[in-house]
Ligand binder design. Sequence first.
Ligand SMILES: Cc1cc2nc3c(=O)[nH]c(=O)nc-3n(C[C@H](O)[C@H](O)[C@H](O)COP(=O)(O)O)c2cc1C
Ligand SMILES: [Zn+2]
Ligand SMILES: [Zn+2]
Length: 772
Amino acid sequence: MDPSASSAPAAAPPPTQPSQDNQHGTKRQLDEQINTDAGAKRPRTDAQDAVPDAPSNANGGVVTESNGVAESARQLAAESKQNESVKEVQAKTIVDAPVAETRGLPKGTAPIKQEYLVKVANRIVEADGAVDDDAAEAKTTDSRDRGGDAGGDKKKKRKGLNEKRDFGRSQDAKGLCYSRATFNENSPGECRFERDGKRCNVHHNIREYLAEGRRPDLEVFSGQCPIYEVSGDCPMGWKCLFVKSHSEEVTHEDGTKELVLLKDPSRKKTIIPGEESFPGTVNNVPTQRKIELSRKKYDFSKSQAYVQWLEKDSEIMQKIFNSKQAEGVSKTHDQKVQEYRAAFIEPPLKPAEKRRVYFGRETPVLAPLTTQGNLPFRRLCVEMGAGLTYSEMAVGLHVLQGQKHEWALLKAHESETRPPRFENPSAAPSGYDNSRDLKFAAQIAANQPWVALKTTQALVESLPHLRLIDINCGCPIDMVFKSGAGSALLDAPAKLERMIRGMNTVSGEVPITCKLRLGVRDGKPTAQKTIERLAFGESETSNAMGAPGCAAITLHGRSRQQRYRSDADWGYIANCAAMIQQYKKEKAALTDTVRAPDDSTLPNGGKMFFIGNGDCYSHVDYFDHIDNARVDTVMIARGALIKPWIFEEIEKGQYLDKSASERLSYIEKFSRYGIECWGSDEMGIGATRKFLLEYLSFTHRYVPIGLLEHLPPKINDRPPAYRGRDDLETLLASNNFKDWIKISEMFLGPAPDGFKFEPKHKSNAYEVEAEG
Ligand SMILES: Cc1cc2nc3c(=O)[nH]c(=O)nc-3n(C[C@H](O)[C@H](O)[C@H](O)COP(=O)(O)O)c2cc1C
Ligand SMILES: [Zn+2]
Ligand SMILES: [Zn+2]
């Protein structure tokens, strides 16, 4: 009955009440367990049920007043904190609960209990805020953006995708010169801009800047600078919007006054040696390295030598395989293979011994997520129990151009540098050393072997904290696809194989992996063949060169064309998993001998891991896929965005009915981590707000499980308009971005004049044009 029961590591004790009638007893227990939550304790009144007079939000979902919401929400947060209790609802009880239909609403509607539905004249209001995950997967025009690859072909622009999003500008009215920003008033640095008759047009007088150049300090976080709190030294200096908490005016003996910045070394947490910049941030690459790259001064001779060899090798192969015998008779496959082997030239370099990796039941994986998978979000997920993390997809060409924004995607939090959990040594490859392992992996996009190789070389030589490098073979976005990268590689397996071979050769001890989709088109899956090829190499080359060296493969169970319209195909994923298991068992007896590569070339000590991905929304889905589809672990994307505590659910093997105040505390954490990562000045707060709003565009989709008639919750179900158990829960469910801005103001202060935010999908168009 309960797929999680056998696998749940820590199932809650069974409910104490005996159930007389199985169905009804279970239902009653369910209600009693869930309904003890904060707001539900208060009996609902008739007036509350008759909602028509409430300001009904046209977008469905929720009814809130925008004005003054921040203040009242803060009170609400405090109020519901008093009642705070995280409900640990035993999965078993809930899965057995009777299914009550949500009357008259379309399939795919979340089964919300009657008492929480917003009714107008007794009619349930259907929410119209359709979600568009395809739009979300495309990039935004953010400050770290790599330039408009969000939509691609102008003629075929998708309806509703808001491509040219503008967040306004987050900057001081009149800035402060860097020669003053981090110095005490009487000991300024030298202005490097005011030279040779040029003028530096920003403030040089700290008092004037504080009075006129910028807005007053923020009052959020009790006015205490989040960066100073953890490091005792705020690199934002006078530009920090919490500067009062780390500055003072001192009076000298001669009576003169001076504004000074404070430092408190006792607050400094251990910082990883060689990593300065913002507290807890690693993989900070010196500007000099990016300049070398942008000026094409970086030494890529290693990659170049291999690329030249690859080109020569492909030429030989092409020639032999296109050739006919003198009489014009086609050669047999075996003849061609023989000929290729005779002409084979050894490559200039061999892959170095790799650090072994491990993926298991105890390491749920946070997916690579463009825009959303930023450092603060990953930090939050790691805290919640994410076992492994990936960077946002970094575009190889932009890395090679030394683009600052692209390199910024590869920074990680120190919590991601710690080893993942490891509880099953028998499933690990020989030589796996957990103490040398870490959580953070990089994902890159490349359309040509030379881009993949050089990017890999630059990454491993510049970033000390990398678990592995994953090549993206799934990105569906037009611009990426048309350039030959992302999901286009699904149709170019020979190129993909060469890329992975080459990446392995230049990646030192860092393993290489890849992330696939089923295929490009619906109904024509190619993943199985590609997996086979990546495990062993193409038959012509494998005997000469061994396996390509892919340490792990992740498969997202959808095609490019399918996008998010229908469910991930876990049956197909299971077939691939079975095929890989079979390979492992029968390695020795494997098909023809040509295909059995030399053991020493097999990746990861002969153990290629296989990770499934798609629609995982609870511990029940997670363990079901591990136990039944037999994947090594599951990668989670939208499930983590909507409810980051999915990782905690997996760890505990239980559904968690998080109270609204607890959910708000995660938003607060994100804000704090955002400031620590991007800075506490106007720009850093602006970046934090922008990414917080992107995050809130997912969190509002969470329907508290205590409001559901039955479980399991489904990721693609949409709720009809409903109200939460308290006003804060109602606010958190709002799909109106104006409410999201109000929520951001609770932790980041008022949005500055001119701040704009438009959600990624402007209209509610849900229909997606078939692509590809
Ligand atoms: C907002 C968003 C951004 C994404 N960005 C990436 C990315 O950069 N690289 C990648 O390989 N997949 C990306 N994906 C795809 C996910 O990693 C994942 O394969 C997909 O969402 C299916 O998993 P899910 O059903 O758990 O959401 C993205 C998905 C979303 C929703
Ligand atoms: Zn100046
Ligand atoms: Zn500060």
